[in-house]
Write a protein that binds this ligand. Structure first.
Ligand code: C2O
Ligand code: CU
Ligand code: CU
Length: 419
């Protein structure tokens, strides 16, 4: 034990929340009735966590985006915590500052448990990010934005079974940070948004009512090498983006609305703010330059099918089968191909546990401008082959899967042993 040891308890619990007028909605959350307050970790800190389950069924606690050893710490299907029991885990994160998340992962109940609310954000801080001129006053100018969608029954409940779809549940009502019809009071010129697509299936296509520029500074695995300015941002399931919005063109009293496609999802109400002349540097951070030894075979995956016929490399998930093996601290090219035809249009967001990878190319072309940072989830469109550089720094058996959560529960998942 050292001075830098920190202790947390994370309890999965049931609750209810007033989301819409009328009866309260029954929900699940972490240390909260629904979702949870973001957890904040520091790079290099020895972190001891007690995971408690106060739900009526087993759950697991998965640290999506964390480089952690072994399937138990990682919290996938291998690490059940039974009702009224607890499990203790420890880890020391040795990865750059980033915005990751915690969610339930009990196969094949992941989709339903996340839908009920078992998801929350995790912020990792480090000394490199701390030197950059970013807003970081949590809740004031550094704001989480968890994007989800839900349907309500006549008595205001979420009925997962009623809405079930093997291609993923969609809801008509945007649920933003666990609230309906949200607004945010802007009191600083610049606001940093840590955006998580926490939906089971929905792709979010974000833009402002007046095309206000979003400057993306971070992706799944941390700060990007360079900021990227855009007026539209697409996030597939489980993807994260950190963006800075400069409201300098707006006057106190203005409102600006964030949309996904044609749906308004969040209103920003501009108040008085002090002028801020901060200019972001063109270069933000260095990304590790992983090198693939020439002659190393390319590891290939096909993402096959839709609805209950989804598979990876023609196989459905089997927890007792190891599908792939890769050496620790060795970089390989992975090629992920979505075999769906362009007609049915379903993309698969491919996620790998316990690593942050680089996106090398899409169908042989350069990836999107905001895909040059570290990632743990990549959208693979129909008829597309995405090439990655994958490197593991922790040993153990880990999952890789489609992050449309019903596809994952439906067997679109495999296991790799890192040795
Ligand atoms: Cu966020 Cu295996 O998942
Ligand atoms: Cu994960
Ligand atoms: Cu999928």
């Amino acid at each position: 034990e050292t001075a830098s040891d920190v202790y947390y308890t994370v309890t999965a619990q049931a609750g209810e929340v007033q989301l819409v007028p009328g009866p309260k909605t029954k929900t699940w959350g972490y240390n909260a009735p629904l979702l949870g307050k973001f957890l904040v970790f520091k790079r290099g800190q020895h972190t001891h966590i007690t995971l408690r389950n106060e739900l009526p069924e087993l759950t697991t606690f998965h640290w999506h985006g964390a480089d952690v050893p072994g399937p138990i710490t990682d919290g996938g299907c291998h690490a059940p915590v039974y009702p009224h029991q607890e499990r203790k885990i420890d880890f020391t994160l040795e990865q750059p500052a980033c915005f990751m998340w915690l969610h339930a992962h009990p196969c094949p109940l992941t989709a339903e448990q996340v839908y009920k609310g078992l998801a929350t954000g995790v912020i990792v801080r480090d000394d490199v990010e701390a030197q950059l001129p970013f807003p970081r006053n949590y809740g004031v100018d550094d704001i989480p934005l968890v994007l989800q969608d839900r349907n309500f029954t006549a008595d205001n409940q979420w009925d997962y079974q009623r809405d079930y779809d093997p291609d993923g549940v969609l809801g008509e009502t945007p649920l933003i940070n666990g609230t309906v019809n949200p607004y945010f009071d802007v009191t600083t010129q610049r606001v940093r948004l840590r955006i998580l697509n926490g939906s089971n299936r929905r792709e979010w296509r974000l833009h402002f009512s007046d095309d206000t520029v979003m400057t993306q500074i971070g992706s799944d695995g941390g700060i990007m090498p360079a900021p990227v300015k855009m007026t539209k941002l697409m996030l597939a399931c489980a993807e994260r983006a950190e963006v800075i919005i400069d409201f300098g063109h707006h006057q106190p009293g203005d409102t600006v609305t964030l949309y996904s496609d044609d749906t308004p999802i969040l209103e920003f109400r501009i108040h008085d703010y002090a002028p801020d002349h901060t200019v972001l540097p063109d270069h933000l951070v260095d990304i590790p330059a992983y090198h693939v030894t020439p002659g190393t075979p390319v590891r290939k995956f096909t993402l096959d099918g839709t609805d209950d016929k989804v598979m990876i490399n023609g196989k459905k998930f089997n927890m007792t089968r190891i599908d792939e093996r890769q050496q620790l601290n060795t970089t390989e090219y992975w090629e992920i191909t979505n075999t769906n035809s362009c007609h049915n249009g379903m993309g698969h967001p491919f996620h790998v546990h316990s690593t942050q990878f680089e996106i090398v190319s899409r169908n042989g072309h350069a990836p999107n401008p905001n895909e040059h940072g570290l990632k743990d989830t990549v959208q693979v469109n129909p008829q597309e082959t995405v090439r990655l550089k994958v490197h593991f720094t922790c040993p153990g058996v880990f999952m890789y899967h489609c992050h449309i959560i019903e596809h994952e529960d439906g067997g679109m998942m495999g296991q790799i042993e890192v040795f």
